[in-house]
Ligand binder design. Structure first.
Ligand code: KG4
Length: 360
């Protein structure tokens, strides 16, 4: 049978996502109410607006998802919901609604860790054996972890300051990229990736390699952000047709900045690979790396990780772009993985934890 059928709900940040998956991982229904365009106007996620939009969309997201799948709540065997980490008032909307559904329709609830879901999503499409190293790079996070089991993550590195997505978004905002018609409504990181492709001379801008001497797997993006702002400040500007101050070398700066971000992320990932090898975390010859999170959509950054991985005989994977960013599918998928592997974690209490770390 294709049972169990799981309904997944995601509201940890700024996307209201919902999906229904069967045991094989077929997507029977899927909805995503993205707030990206709204938050771009504020230069970052505004928590109160995020909460209000989740509140407005959560019921629609679930109903439309059921409608798409031609199923009713009676066909659902379990409800999975993101309980950690994320914005407290955003998480609350999804969790409250999941609890409400669970009570009315008498369905079990499965709590999901948002970052674990990002890492495991890659297994929906490709046969990626455990254990594996995972790099999760997004608008809210930046971490390296080793996935020993479906529910057993070992945190290797975290960011000491910002996340790469935040830094990309801020840089794009400072360059007024979004005011150019070709980038309107496009996430900051993606706009920078597109502009970088038009670069002529990216090597005119120098960037430091952060944490060069640190013998751990942590990240730091504040130095790159400062350098970026300094470069931008020191270049002569002209006013474009929109009245914005622009530097003529904007594409070169995007390429140089993207290269610096990629180098830092690849450098920290290389340390993590070495650590995994030294401590025999990989099992046998199989050395898998999974890259996910919104910034993993960046092909240049992904290819840099692939290069580093190949140097050590690792295979590097990422989910399709739609599943790299926040969505409900990965939440339902994570619950299915827990059920398949008979993980005790399905019975954990449904406790919201905005700052939950990954692993033990
Ligand atoms: O995972 P995600 O949807 O949610 C958050 O964690 O908020 O990631 C969104 C982030 C944004 O900061 C966006 O600028 C970044 O991912 N992003 C990219 C690209 N596409 C999205 N960054 C770099 N290159 C891209 N192509």
């Amino acid at each position: 049978s294709s049972s169990p059928i799981v309904l997944g709900i995601e509201t940890s940040c700024d996307d209201t996502g919902c999906a229904i998956l069967n045991r094989r991982g077929d997507i029977l229904g899927e909805t995503l109410f993205s707030q990206t365009v709204v938050h771009l106007r504020y230069g970052g996620v505004n928590p109160l607006i995020a909460r209000d939009m989740h509140r407005e969309n959560i019921e629609k997201a679930v109903f439309k998802c059921l409608e798409n799948s031609s199923l009713s709540m009676d066909n659902i065997d379990a409800i999975a919901v993101t309980v950690k980490p994320g914005l407290l008032i955003s998480l609350e909307i999804g969790v409250k609604y999941a609890k409400y559904l669970s009570k009315i329709y008498k369905k079990p609830l499965i709590p999901i860790h948002h970052m674990e879901a990002h890492a495991l999503a890659a297994r929906m499409f490709q046969d990626i054996q455990l254990p594996f190293l995972t790099l999760l790079i997004s608008g809210g996070n930046c971490l390296l972890a080793f996935v020993r089991e479906i529910d057993d993550f070992l945190l290797l590195g975290d960011t000491l300051d910002n996340s790469p997505g935040e830094v990309f978004d801020k840089a794009a905002r400072r360059m007024k990229l979004r005011n150019l018609p070709e980038y309107s409504g496009i996430a900051g990181g993606r706009a920078i990736e597109m502009a970088a492709k038009k670069a002529v001379d990216p090597f005119q801008f120098d960037f430091p390699l952060p944490l060069n001497r640190n013998r751990d797997c942590n990240f730091s993006f504040s130095g790159l952000q400062d350098s970026f702002l300094r470069h931008l400040l020191h270049k002569e500007k002209y006013h474009n047709i929109m009245g914005d101050e622009i530097i003529p070398e904007v594409n070169d700066l995007c390429a140089a900045f993207q290269l610096a971000m990629a180098e830092h992320i690849a450098h920290r990932t290389e340390r993590a690979i070495k650590y995994c090898e030294m401590t025999n975390l990989f099992r046998g010859d199989v050395k898998n790396i999974v890259v996910s999170g919104g910034v993993a959509c960046n092909d240049f950054i992904f290819k840099s990780i692939e290069c580093i991985g190949n140097k050590y005989g690792c295979k590097v994977f990422r989910p399709p772009p739609k599943l790299c960013t926040d969505n409900g599918v990965m939440i339902a998928w994570n619950a299915l993985e827990k059920l398949k592997h008979k993980s005790d974690s399905v019975n954990e209490p449904l406790e919201i934890n905005p700052t939950a770390p990954l692993g033990k």
